[in-house]
Design a protein around this ligand. Sequence first.
Ligand code: NAP
Length: 250
Amino acid sequence: MSTEFNSRVTLVTGGSRGIGRATCIALARQGARVAINYVSDKAAALDTLTRVRQVGGDGAIFQASVEQEPAVRRMIETITTELGLIDFLVTNAGIAVQEHHSELNLESFRRMMTTNVEGTFIPIMAVKDGMIERGSGGIVCVASVAGLRPRPLNIAYSTSKAAVVAMARNFAAALGPKVRVNCVAPGLIETDMIAGMDHDSRDVMRQEAFVKRLGRPEDIAEAIVFLLSDKASFVSGQTFVADGGRITLP
Ligand code: NAP
């Protein structure tokens, strides 16, 4: 185990389920103290905490919607009091909706931008000054390959994730040299988010992937740990694609 995460406080937004949960567990294995954020599923957040403890880690759960700036700032004060100053941030909380363009409307578009874009901006704004003052910090934003490729049935989602990619790149330029900011862009990952996807579509995506499988939350968690670690000390402003190779298809 590397020592760089030892007792370092890491906030994972949307840490209650899916990719966020796997990230909390992977970070706990490295010795980080994990602040597990959730919005509504307290039982799932507590389950993540149990799993964090099972791997020998430490942490606590914190409720706040990433869309609500006062709530996020209060949460960060509470985390600082209970666990310590925040060293690392993973902006993972997000939502996805599949909509044909005929169903898309301003309200659903704004909802996606509020959760996925403002929900990334607000936590970064709330932790960045502390990281700059202490002269170290790391941020990873969870984007999506949908932010890099056309997704005609996910226009709002794809747009929001492209904004996350740009936001990470710009914060990386602004917050360097002490604070690195990167993105991870997952392909299809087996979580609650894709629970409604039909079997045939999954199968097509599985066959198209060079590795002939869909992604697991742990695949993305390991990429996030790497980007936060000193092993990635020369990597900033980048988007790391983890999708089994599908992005290279025409
Ligand atoms: P998931 O299983 O649906 O979990 C979503 C997580 O986000 C939950 O922990 C949820 O909290 C939290 N959340 C949602 N809205 C929130 C809010 N307003 N404030 C705080 N937390 C909120 O999703 P996932 O598949 O793990 O996705 C995680 C991230 O990866 C998202 O940004 C998603 O866009 C991205 N991603 C996923 C895939 C995929 O195929 N799964 C692919 C590419 C990118 P509660 O438990 O309290 O509801």
